[in-house]
Write a protein that binds this ligand. Structure first.
Ligand code: PNS
Length: 160
């Protein structure tokens, strides 16, 4: 079975993430969307809530599984027997950040190739941090996140 891991924080999941999942899933037998458990980082949504949101927005994709992981991505890829790690590239600055990560992950686990997929122009301006900022001020995020999650994400991020 050819398995790929798509790791991330997904805080919250966006239409950019969904695009990558929808384009990546047909390339493999199974795509595992892996949400990082990072107690050191203060996230807007709990890891369970993010995994639940990802499960709902990918319910139409039969070969997509959503899991959580902690520790090194290279170890998680080994544990799952993944032959690939998928990451999205929106810009040159994404590339600058992704390059060393891919090299380090390859050093730690040469059995998993990092594959970088260039996001489409329709979603390349979208980031979880922009969603958090816009929603925190009550702005409209409906064009940035999956429709089935928009109200929940907006309510979760709006400042009192
Ligand atoms: O969505 P993000 O925040 O860009 O995802 C970053 C992520 C989760 C892929 C990265 O932080 C990660 O893999 N963390 C796990 C720890 C690890 O393996 N670190 C070494 C990478 S060089």
């Amino acid at each position: 079975m050819r398995r790929c891991v798509y790791p991330g924080s997904f805080d919250p999941p966006t239409l950019g993430h969904l695009e990558l999942i929808e384009r990546g899933a047909p390339l493999f037998d199974e795509l595992i969307v892996a949400v990082l458990r990072n107690p050191a980082k203060k996230n807007a949504f709990s890891v369970e809530r993010r995994a639940d949101m990802l499960r709902r927005m990918t319910a139409h994709l039969p070969n997509v599984r959503v899991e959580t992981f902690s520790g090194l991505l290279a170890d998680y890829a080994e544990l799952t027997g993944a032959c690939a790690v998928l990451r999205g590239l929106r810009s040159e600055s994404d590339l600058a950040a992704e390059l060393p990560m891919a090299q380090l992950n390859r050093m730690l686990n040469p059995r998993a190739e990092t594959l970088m997929m260039i996001t489409s122009p329709e979603v390349s301006h979208i980031s979880s941090s922009a969603v958090r900022e816009i929603a925190s001020f009550g702005g409209d995020i409906s064009a940035l996140v999956p429709e089935c999650l928009a109200a929940e994400i907006a309510a979760g991020l709006k400042k009192e």
